[in-house]
Design a protein around this ligand. Structure first.
Ligand SMILES: C[S@@+](CC[C@H](N)C(=O)[O-])C[C@H]1O[C@@H](n2cnc3c(N)ncnc32)[C@H](O)[C@@H]1O
Length: 332
């Protein structure tokens, strides 16, 4: 039975994990609350240090058995708790990289008593030596200028020049500011460009990606766009609605693309059941108690979301224009 596949369950990940059979997941790609005091409509980001670390260890121990033996895990953190959590994971897995996501926050405002923090820390862990990793899927093409500069005869036919270079461990990708076409109404939404790179490198086509803390559903969307399957959890019903909207917009675009090119060979796609299931009715207070509800704002953004959800591998647009500097330690 695989009725848990391609579903986002609107429930606590810790209890929801029981739905997934052990050894069924190729990649755990997750972005838990960083415990920096954010309001996700629940208290998950506002725990004491002891509670937070104990809870983190609990979900890690519940999630790891779901991984295939050659599976991998990526976890988004900040410098605040990455040392403790990396140690926890190193006791259970092998750490391959610490990836720095440089959010490209422009130099405006920020801390006056320390350096402004503009990066997230991502841990990349594997279970054993023959872990799945497809470097060719994520190579970065050399630009025309570089290729031209390498035109001497010793470079002719050089495979590396054609296939591109492998991504380094500092990823400089703009955060999604409020006007970004990809932006949904979630305070710590991650850019598809980053998540898709992880999915392509560390989950085989058709494989399964698990995200315990879905937020706006970026992992689910990335998995679908890359022809992978997904499963995930999100506690806040308003964010679950956003996930459904984003997945539905993607489905619409895919259907339109097929209708526009009926003779084109169909790409193997994961079968989607994009409704987030309200498995439990969490007593979350409103996620965005501002002027509009999350769902309303999302509806207003549907056009933009559709653009961003287009199933082509093009990198999302970047923009350097922001109106206001975010407070320090704010991911978005
Ligand atoms: C950092 S955000 C994830 C953002 C996401 N990566 C995105 O791109 O939108 C963490 C999310 O975890 C959710 N969350 C917190 N505790 C949870 C739990 N126990 N089970 C499921 N979701 C939870 C929060 O509501 C929040 O939306």
């Amino acid at each position: 039975m695989s009725d848990w596949l391609n579903q986002v369950f609107c429930e606590d990940a810790l209890s929801g994990l029981a739905r997934i059979p052990d050894g069924a997941v190729d990649l755990i790609l997750t972005d838990p609350p960083y415990n920096l005091g954010k309001d996700y409509g629940n208290a998950s980001d506002q725990q004491t240090v002891e509670e937070y670390l104990r809870w983190t260890e609990q979900w890690i121990d519940a999630a790891l058995p779901k991984l295939k033996p050659n599976g991998s895990l990526y976890i988004f953190l900040t410098w605040r708790f990455s040392p403790e959590i990396f140690v926890m994971l190193k006791q259970r897995m092998t750490m391959m990289n610490e990836i720095i996501w440089d959010r490209r926050v422009p130099s405006m405002g920020g801390s006056v008593r320390s350096y402004s923090s503009v990066h997230d820390t991502v841990g990349f862990f594997v279970g054993r030596k023959d872990y799945y990793f497809d470097l060719d899927a994520v190579r970065i093409p050399y630009d025309a200028e570089t290729k031209k500069a390498r035109s001497r005869s010793i470079f002719i036919g050089a495979k590396w020049l054609e296939v591109g270079y492998n991504p380094k461990d500092v990823w400089s990708v703009s955060r999604l500011h409020r006007e970004h076409p990809e932006r949904a109404n979630h305070p710590t939404q991650k850019p598809l460009e980053i998540i898709e790179r992880m999915v392509k490198a560390s989950c085989p086509p058709g494989g399964v990606v698990l995200d315990l803390f879905m937020g706006s559903g970026t992992t689910a969307l990335a998995a679908r766009r890359c022809g992978r399957q997904f499963v995930g959890f999100e506690l806040n019903p308003e964010y679950c609605a956003i996930i459904n909207e984003r997945l539905a917009a993607l489905e619409t675009l895919e259907a339109l693309a097929v209708a526009a090119a009926p003779d084109a060979p169909a790409e193997p796609k994961a079968k989607a059941k994009p409704k987030a299931k309200a498995a439990v009715a969490p007593k979350a207070k409103s996620a965005a108690p501002k002027k509009k509800t999350a769902a309303k704002k999302t509806a207003a953004k549907t056009t933009a979301t559709k653009k961003a959800a287009a199933p082509k591998p093009a990198a999302p647009k970047r923009s350097r224009a922001v109106k206001k500097a975010p407070p320090e330690e704010v991911t978005i």
